[in-house]
Design a protein around this ligand. Structure first.
Ligand SMILES: Cc1cc2nc3c(=O)[nH]c(=O)nc-3n(C[C@H](O)[C@H](O)[C@H](O)COP(=O)(O)O)c2cc1C
Length: 450
């Protein structure tokens, strides 16, 4: 039996990942702004010994499509991630908190300060999901005239992450004497302004916050395009990704792991965590009926709206829902990795329009597995033991119901197989994930100079 253990994150989409989850009786209708709902979810995930909980984020609300489809969306009102996690860190002890924040639209100094604060408040359980923001229409919230091109966003993202890391290292770990007897509080020689002037950013520093318990929060990255993978290889410690077949996931896994060496990093310093949306039943028939019940709740206007981005400029309302799409376009090369996943699925499995949007409705193109706890564990084990995953982002279709199902039924099965922990190993997220605490870059420089 392998000693290597699965890393598990609970990817929390307020009402659940299924697009119609908010209409389901097992859901929480006002989930996005219900703190008690989130508290219960974090505690359930901790009961299940998950490494982390994670929320995605877009800094704005824009919708493309009809008012009819818009009025039926359940995800229009929800909390800012770092604020939410700060509250939940006070009612949990072990679970890590991954918050999404945008390098395209946030300010690096404020972001560094917020995340370092979260790491202190949670006693070493913070992580930052670095995104360049996939939504192309929120720039107006930030005084910009357009969404920058992917190459520019990723170039800035790399500089941004370096700046933020520099700010997190402002104080060396042993900068604080706090000695009432001598009256010396800290050593200014161990405080380092950044004075960064680069292509996209100009940030003086230092940060007015000492180094946090983990050194700095765990860095997560969630883009799968070429520049996304390069950013992950250079700086991330975990990468979130979406695949629907073992072969694709294996190819991605070896691709990103293979990019680490040129940055002087080892393959085990980056955890690859694909998404899995499990629909769990005590029997296969029960799981399938749960899935069918959810699919019945999708209004066709909402379903078609999920397909619109992949057929730009096309009026989908005229399409026959029970026939395959009239044509399948070539996805734009190297740009949006999700378009590849979706269009390839349509082509490979010859899905009808309704089947395609039903698939997307489950988890927006992530891997959906419908079945018994044993079946779901088999699938996870197969990806884990065959070079496709170091663990998973578990994406419950309906919350809270589907997270309870996973914790009560699938986690014990994974533990029986020796694939998952039976108690937390450490106190910080890094310790639980098996990641090193990074050294302070200024202390390292000082040691080298000495
Ligand atoms: C699990 C997962 C979560 C993600 N969360 C976000 C998010 O919260 N905000 C965001 O802007 N992008 C997020 N992304 C990244 C977008 O999907 C990504 O920008 C998109 O795939 C296009 O970028 P790429 O071509 O580099 O993949 C996430 C991706 C994955 C796989």
């Amino acid at each position: 039996m392998s000693q290597r253990k699965l890393r598990l994150g609970a990817f929390i989409m307020a009402t659940g990942h299924h697009i119609a989850a908010w209409r389901h009786p097992g859901g929480q209708i006002d989930a996005g702004t219900n703190i008690d709902h989130y508290i219960a979810l974090a505690q359930t995930a901790e009961r299940g010994l998950f490494d982390q909980v994670f929320v995605a984020d877009t800094p704005g609300l824009r919708f493309e499509g009809s008012d009819e489809a818009f009025s039926r969306q359940g995800r229009v009102s929800y909390f800012e991630p770092v604020t939410l996690w700060a509250a939940l860190s006070a009612v949990t002890k072990h679970i890590g908190f991954v918050a999404t924040a945008s390098t395209t639209y946030e300010d690096p100094f404020l972001l560094a300060r917020k995340f370092a604060s979260l790491d202190h408040i949670s006693k070493g359980r913070a992580a930052w999901n670095v995104v360049t923001t996939s939504a192309e229409n929120v720039y107006g919230n930030f005084g910009q005239d357009k969404h920058p091109e992917p190459e520019v966003r990723y170039e800035k993202a790399q500089e941004f992450v370096d700046v933020v890391k520099g700010l997190w290292d402002s104080f060396e770990d042993d900068a604080f004497a706090r000695d009432p007897a001598s009256g010396v509080y800290f050593d200014p020689a161990k405080l380092h302004p950044l004075n960064h002037v680069g292509k996209h950013l100009k940030v003086a520093g230092p940060l007015n916050l000492e180094r946090s318990p983990q050194g700095y929060p765990v860095i997560v990255q969630a883009g799968s395009s070429e520049p996304g993978k390069e950013l992950a290889a250079a700086t991330a410690e975990a990468i979130f990704t979406a695949w629907t077949s073992l072969a694709e996931a294996q190819a991605f896994y070896s691709d990103v792991k293979g990019r680490l060496a040129k940055y002087g990093r080892r393959p085990d310093q980056l955890l690859v965590l694909p998404g899995i949306s499990p629909v769990v039943g005590r029997t296969q028939a029960e799981a399938e009926s749960k899935w069918a019940e959810l699919q019945k709740l999708i209004h066709p206007s909402v379903g078609l709206n999920t397909l619109e981005p992949f057929w730009p400029g096309e009026d989908l309302s005229k399409w026959d829902l029970d026939a395959p799409p009239p044509y399948i376009p070539q996805p734009p090369l190297g740009r949006n990795s999700r378009a590849h996943v979706v269009l390839e699925l349509a082509r490979r499995d010859k899905l009808t329009v309704r089947q395609l949007y039903e698939y997307l409705a489950g988890a927006r193109g992530h891997w959906v597995v419908v079945g018994t706890p044993e079946h779901i564990a088999d699938q996870m084990q197969s990806w884990f033991e065959n070079g496709a995953a170091d663990g998973f982002n578990v994406m419950p279709p309906v919350l809270p119901e589907s997270l309870d199902d996973f914790v009560d039924l699938v986690i014990p099965e994974l533990q029986r197989r020796g694939l998952f922990r039976t108690e937390y190993e450490g106190t910080t997220l890094r310790e639980n994930l098996g990641l090193e605490r990074p050294a302070n870059q200024f202390s390292v420089k000082a040691r080298k100079a000495a």
